[in-house]
Design a binder for this molecule. Structure first.
Ligand SMILES: Cc1cc2nc3c(=O)[nH]c(=O)nc-3n(C[C@H](O)[C@H](O)[C@H](O)COP(=O)(O)OP(=O)(O)OC[C@H]3O[C@@H](n4cnc5c(N)ncnc54)[C@H](O)[C@@H]3O)c2cc1C
Length: 475
């Protein structure tokens, strides 16, 4: 018989780990959260707090009566050309509303007036929480405290105990803890440059430009991937994740491009509506020649649009884009990062793009601005700013801010971690950003990552507890 200190050990106390621990405890399992950091919450606590779900009471309160899990499922599968795991997407679609309403019971508020269309779908499914990420994390942390769930802080798990083909515990800070089930909820790996090279090369390729929005969350290092891989777990979802566009001036979160620029590639052509949501924008930008493009604008746009606050948060998302304010841009002109010239042809020469094509692109765009309609990409801008009054400016832009990583562990529909032959590794479960099998090649919309953490965290907690309680003798 195996010694057991707990029925369930949860490795990492962010959104997924807290949800898992609460559900495991609700099944009657004894449980501990082992957390590397000095506090709980992880990236979840620092996030924007948007949760993606369909068919919720919040939507109904906002007058959206006809959204369904089926519609959410169809949207995600279609967006990813069915290159997603139907079983996991289906599970998500059918359980996201329940998970959101569970968070509401724990105290998170999702005001109906803050619902947003956070993807490229036609219905508002992005539920923004009061207090952003801490509104979600605090509710979970308080609930875990009220349930008396134990937490070991400052305990970075460095090894899984693996005996006779089963995970039987963990080692952290030189000490062993034993349990018949372990749930890995260590989050993503955006702060680990080596792992980015290996698992997210289209982010790593931008060198010094690349950084993760998780930069202030110290253990977003992919430990859970290494821990599970070392005992034979498969790693899937290579090169998947979300990249956001940036000028690279600073490490400020800029989720969107401003509406008053045109984005052109090396060939001197526009390639998207500059107002494209991030399910589109970052991916398209990263597909251009040399994986970069240039934001082009003129003096009038710089003076009028960049100082107008209504253009700083085009989505009313509460995320402004500080890079694109006049003082910053003028400072970057002085530093030589923003190029300036009296003609578009000269500007193109400075940045190394096709000048004849750029003039042609600007001519078409300027005509469209005069007509009030973008005939190429149908950008729905609040106002159009032609590119016609010298001097002209060019800012290099790249998709180099990591919004989330989506390569990682593979699970089955019971959240059991799979090996390279798609066999569950006995005793091992996972949920949240550590997974590589859920998001697919194209992130469906804001809220799917916290959604992943809470929906699959809950599932992992239930399944691990059942497994542990069904095996009273241990392994
Ligand atoms: C600024 C920002 C804004 C975001 N906005 C949104 C949004 O609005 N909507 C959305 O869906 N997503 C958003 N995201 C992404 C989302 O927050 C995360 O993908 C999600 O919260 C991950 O949850 P998780 O529980 O898997 O990981 P985390 O919440 O990151 O938790 C992982 C925990 O594991 C711990 N850990 C790591 N390694 C070890 C180890 N070896 N031993 C013990 N503990 C360990 C970490 O310290 C951490 O506490 C945002 C992220 C950031 C940073």
């Amino acid at each position: 018989m195996m010694d057991r200190d707990y029925d369930v050990i949860v490795v990492g106390g962010g959104g997924a780990g807290l949800a898992a621990a609460l559900m495991a405890s609700a099944q009657g399992a004894s449980c501990i959260i082992v957390e590397a950091d000095g506090k709980l919450g992880g990236a979840t606590a620092q996030s924007g707090g948007v949760f993606y779900a369909a068919g919720t009471q919040v939507q109904r309160a906002a007058g959206i009566m006809d959204d369904t899990p089926q519609a959410l499922y169809d949207y995600l599968m279609t967006l990813n050309r069915w290159k997603m795991r139907p079983d996991l997407v289906r599970y998500y679609a059918e359980h996201a509303a329940e998970a959101l309403e569970w968070l509401m019971e724990l105290g998170t508020e999702f005001p109906e007036q803050w619902l947003v269309r956070s993807g490229v779908d036609s219905v508002a499914r992005g539920h923004s929480s009061q207090g952003a990420g801490s509104g979600i994390a605090d509710a979970l942390i308080n609930a875990a405290g009220a349930k008396g769930i134990e937490t070991a802080y400052g305990s970075r798990v460095e090894e899984l105990l693996f005996e006779d083909g089963r995970v039987v515990g963990i080692r952290a800070a030189g000490a062993e803890l034993r349990a018949p089930t372990v749930i890995i909820t260590t989050g993503g790996f955006g702060n680990n440059p080596q792992m980015l090279q290996r698992l997210y090369p289209s982010a790593a390729c931008h060198g010094d430009w690349t950084w993760a929005v998780h930069k202030d969350v110290p253990f977003v290092l992919g430990d859970g991937i290494n821990l599970a891989e070392s005992i034979g777990a498969a790693v899937v979802g290579h090169d998947c994740g979300l990249l956001l566009p940036t000028s690279g001036f600073s490490k400020s979160l800029e989720a969107f491009l401003p509406p008053w620029i045109i984005a052109v590639n090396k060939e001197g052509s526009r390639f998207m509506s500059e107002l494209s949501p991030y399910s589109v924008c970052g991916y398209l930008l990263n597909e251009q020649t040399e994986r970069r493009a240039w934001a082009i604008f003129d003096e009038q746009a710089l003076v009028q649009a960049s100082t107008n606050t209504k253009y700083l948060d085009p989505y009313n998302a509460g995320i402004s884009i500080p890079t694109w304010e006049e003082p910053t841009l003028r400072e970057q002109v002085r530093k030589g990062r923003v190029k300036v010239a009296n003609t578009l042809r000269e500007l193109a020469e400075q940045v190394g793009i096709d000048g004849i094509a750029l003039e042609q692109t600007a001519a078409v765009y300027n005509r469209d601005c005069a007509n009030g309609c973008d005939s190429q990409f149908f950008k729905q801008a609040p106002a159009y700013f032609p590119v016609q009054q010298a001097p002209f400016y060019a800012v290099e832009i790249r998709s180099a801010i990591i919004g989330l990583t989506a390569a990682g562990l593979d699970i089955d529909s019971q959240a059991r971690v799979l090996d390279g032959h798609k066999r569950p590794i006995p005793g091992l479960y996972a949920a949240g950003e550590v997974l590589g099998c859920f998001q697919g090649e194209r992130y469906g919309g804001g809220g799917l990552s916290i959604g992943n953490a809470v929906v699959f965290g809950r599932l992992a907690g239930i399944e691990a507890a059942r497994d542990a309680l069904a095996n009273p003798e241990g392994a």
